[in-house]
Design a protein around this ligand. Structure first.
Ligand code: 0O2
Ligand code: 0O2
Length: 267
């Protein structure tokens, strides 16, 4: 192919990478705008360099006229997540779009079945329809979903492969495998912490909702002229608040609710 033909050939891939990057980045935007935790940390994407396409097609024996259907990563999107669990949330999200704006070709779970090299990532190869000034086309694109730790390892290993022209010495390979184990342990440790943080956040939210409800009810009692009851509940609340016990706070709220019903004190 001449350079101009390559340029023409790559246009749909460039457009697809641009569109897919926007689509996956918008997941993060939506979650964060709602003040929620996003399973997507950041998204990158690239179109394979012409020299890399030629090198790969030679290595795999793919004739030039077949690269469109045989080379799956000319368009590549990479989605980075904080925790391993997030990977499967993103996978589910992509599956939900299957048959809509994308078509899943196949999936490869290198997270649970890591490669001999130590490589871990979840791969989804898709067919993506694209409209350009040159017309309509369906192209193949590869989506790699991984944690920050998996990405750190893969990036270093990839650059070492270049340094050693793909023949990494055995002692470096051994070190890389150990590093892959360490990255995997790091992900596990982080997942443990994640559960604790989430539980603590939930407890905090429940406590703060209960406390808000109690304060509101006491104010309503004051406003309704039930000063004796309101003062009594206020003093009791200060004592329970000091214990920080959620169960005690909840049963205290129930008691105030009953009193409010008795005196028909509503908002
Ligand atoms: P950005 O724009 O933020 O993503 P190669 O085959 O390795 O010689 P390749 O893959 O075209 O050539 O280029 P290279 O230099 O390895 O990578 C260019 C950018 O694309 C890098 O990110 C890579 O992290 C990313 N990348 C490389 N390979 C893939 C892939 O297979 N899939 C996906 N989704 N992304 C890939 P940058 O430099 O941060 O740029
Ligand atoms: P590059 O240079 O990053 O573009 P197989 O023949 O089964 O080994 P296949 O069919 O090429 O592999 O697909 P696979 O295994 O799903 O790999 C596709 C892409 O995943 C690779 O693209 C890499 O980007 C990434 N990948 C796979 N294995 C490794 C690994 O051991 N280390 C790192 N760093 N990345 C890996 P390319 O075009 O093969 O490589």
């Amino acid at each position: 192919m001449q350079f101009l033909e390559w340029r023409k050939f790559l246009i749909p891939y460039e457009r697809a990478v641009e569109e897919l990057k926007i689509k996956f980045r918008s997941i993060r935007k939506e979650y964060t705008s709602l003040g929620e935790y996003s399973p997507v940390e950041f998204v990158t994407g690239r179109v394979k360099k012409i020299s890399s396409i030629i090198e790969k097609s030679r290595k795999l024996g793919i004739p030039m006229e077949e690269i469109e259907t045989e080379m799956e990563d000319i368009a590549g999107i990479r989605i980075m997540c904080q925790f391993s669990e997030d990977i499967y949330t993103v996978v589910e999200y992509i599956r939900e779009r299957d048959g809509k704006d994308i078509e899943i070709f196949y999936e490869k779970d290198y997270v649970n079945n890591f490669k001999d090299s130590g490589y871990r990532s979840y791969h989804i190869v898709i067919w993506y329809p694209i409209y350009t000034t040159l017309g309509y086309k369906k192209i193949l694109a590869e989506i790699q979903i991984r944690t920050l730790a998996m990405n750190f390892w893969a990036t270093i290993e990839h650059s070492l492969k270049y340094k050693y022209k793909r023949n990494i010495p055995e002692h470096v390979n051994e070190r890389l495998k150990k590093a892959a184990d360490a990255a995997s342990k790091l992900d596990l440790e982080m997942s443990e912490i994640r559960h604790e943080i989430r539980q603590a956040q939930k407890m905090f939210e429940m406590k703060s909702n209960t406390v808000s409800a109690i304060i509101k009810k006491i104010q309503l009692l004051y406003r309704a002229g039930k000063n004796v009851e309101a003062t009594k509940y206020n003093e009791q609340f200060n004592q329970i608040w000091d214990t920080g016990d959620l169960i005690k706070l909840e049963s205290f709220l129930e008691e105030i609710n009953k009193c409010s019903e008795k005196y028909e004190v509503y908002e």
